[in-house]
Design a binder for this molecule. Structure first.
Ligand code: HEC
Ligand code: HEC
Length: 178
């Protein structure tokens, strides 16, 4: 019995590999529908590259909503939608890739510059967040340091440039001074 086990195991193993391969092979065609409909039921995420793969649905939901608030956008800013249905696992939208880059950058800033207590778990430091820079704007680089342009438009015009051909202003003698 013991001697025949390795053989059985090998066969089982090969069968398992076959199943895995066939699942992998059919994945691209089925993943769209599956993820779009199963997301809220299973809490099982397919394409996490930065966040922990075993993150709870609640935590992920919380993080995603913090992103929409921080950037002042909706889910579809980063996630692909087809016929009104989201495909959250898809990497189709460039913004999702930028968001991953931003997630790593934000974690690096916290790790490197805000680890005052020399924590051994610097990935949990959360001093700098998306909203620290974004403040409800997807393009914080377009925020001007000296206020926005509309504000400047409402300012009264400054004094006219000096004109050297005009005589210097004379005191007005037609009316008595008060
Ligand atoms: C600023 C961009 C951005 C916004 C806005 C955003 N997400 Fe995400 N989302 C991401 C990124 C990036 C990932 C992948 C994270 C990773 O790789 O660890 C992700 C992953 C997910 C996943 C996991 C998909 C999977 O199976 O791998 C779900 C579900 C999700 N988001 C839902 C939402 C919902 C719902 C909203 C709106 C409330 C939302 N997201 C808004 C960027 C965003
Ligand atoms: C240190 C400041 C800073 C932090 C923190 C930050 N961002 Fe950004 N983010 C920027 C700047 C600046 C840009 C614009 C860059 C550009 O256009 O070249 C930007 C651009 C983006 C874009 C692209 C917008 C577009 O329309 O192309 C996304 C998406 C984004 N950030 C998501 C995030 C998310 C999600 C977080 C938090 C995990 C975050 N950012 C944290 C500064 C920051």
């Amino acid at each position: 019995m013991k001697l025949s086990n390795p053989k059985t195991l090998t066969v089982t193993f090969l069968l398992a590999i076959g199943v895995v391969i066939s699942i992998a092979a059919t994945k691209p065609s089925t993943s769209k529908i599956k993820i779009a409909t199963n997301y809220s039921d299973t809490g099982h995420f397919k394409n996490l590259q930065v966040l922990p793969k075993d993150i709870s649905e609640d935590s992920l939901d919380h993080i995603m909503h913090s992103y929409t608030k921080a950037l002042g956008v909706h889910c579809n800013f980063c996630h692909a939608f087809a016929n009104g249905k989201p495909n959250f696992a898809s990497d189709e939208k460039e913004e999702k890739g930028i968001a991953r880059y931003m997630m790593k950058m934000t974690a690096d800033i916290n790790k490197q510059y805000f680890n005052f207590e020399k924590s051994t778990m610097p990935d949990t430091i959360n001093v700098i967040k998306c909203i620290t820079c974004h403040r409800g704007n997807p393009h914080p680089d377009e925020i001007k340091a000296d206020g926005d342009d509309e504000h400047h438009d409402m300012m009264p015009p400054g004094p006219p440039p000096p004109n050297s051909q005009m005589p210097p202003p004379q005191p007005d003698t037609s009316k008595p001074n008060k």
